[in-house]
Design a protein around this ligand. Structure first.
Ligand code: 3PY
Length: 248
């Protein structure tokens, strides 16, 4: 049985003071969650949030990182630094990073290998644009992105990775894939994992749905057999909304 995992991607929102207020409101609302609960604040809020969640059931992740441990990479943060700050997870290859910051399948793969080598759990995002969906290449695209991201890992390592299927056209738009569509594409991703790493790894890897998941659609999405959780954007910025998704 795969334990569901709901993660909040705060994106570029919240000052440390706002993050403190949000997490303090959230802690009591999700304390009885049956799923793994993760929040992913900006780098500048990680320390504040990490301190506040001590002793709770909430885990913490960053939204990106570089693959090198250190060096002349102005503006970047390394896996070693995230580990030193006590991070558990790191989101990699979010479509906003692919779209606006030239993230490629190759860099996502380098980051995935670095995350796993440092015992950070990567939440690897894959998903198609509207044009790709309309061109009928969704399955090919998510298969390629998934296989490229995981290349070089062992089957044992793949079991602990988290993948997020986020159709780009459903991100921040209020549009959601139907639960049947999301379930089908996640099934395709799982099959791609099986082809490269075998049935045991594919059966263990957790695959989330992301893209305008909210209190109104979480129960239905989470009821689908292939969907193991959610990567939540806008709804993770309000403690009550995020807690309703977590307690779906
Ligand atoms: C969204 O739901 O908007 C997301 O991008 C989650 O990562």
């Amino acid at each position: 049985m795969r334990k569901p995992i709901i993660a909040g991607n705060w994106k570029m929102n919240n000052t440390p003071a706002e993050a403190k207020a949000l997490i303090e409101e959230l802690i009591p609302l999700v304390k009885d969650a049956k799923c793994d609960v993760v929040v992913c604040p900006t780098y500048v809020c990680l320390e504040t949030v990490k301190k506040l969640i001590a002793g709770t059931n909430i885990k913490i992740g960053a939204q990106n990182m570089h693959w090198e441990e250190k060096g002349a990479f102005t503006g970047e943060i390394s896996p070693k630094m995230l580990v030193a700050m006590g991070m558990d997870y790191v989101i990699l290859g979010h479509s906003e990073r692919r779209q606006y910051f030239a993230e490629t399948d190759e860099t996502v793969n380098k980051k995935t290998l670095a995350a796993v080598a440092h015992n950070l759990i990567p939440i690897i995002c894959v998903g198609e644009t509207l044009e790709q969906r309309e061109a009928g290449v969704t399955a090919d695209l998510v298969r390629t992105q998934t296989k490229a991201a995981l290349k070089g890992l062992t089957a044992e390592q793949v079991k602990d990775v988290v993948i997020a299927y986020e159709p780009v056209w459903a991100i921040g738009t209020g549009r959601t894939a139907t639960s049947a569509d999301a379930n089908e594409v996640i099934g395709i991703i799982r099959k791609a994992v099986e082809e490269d790493f075998g049935g045991e790894a594919a059966g263990a890897v957790r695959i989330q749905y992301g893209g305008s998941m909210n209190p109104g659609n979480a129960t239905e999405l989470m009821g689908m057999p292939e969907i193991d959780g959610g990567l939540i954007g806008g709804a993770s910025l309000k403690a009550v909304d995020f807690s309703k998704v977590v307690n779906y």
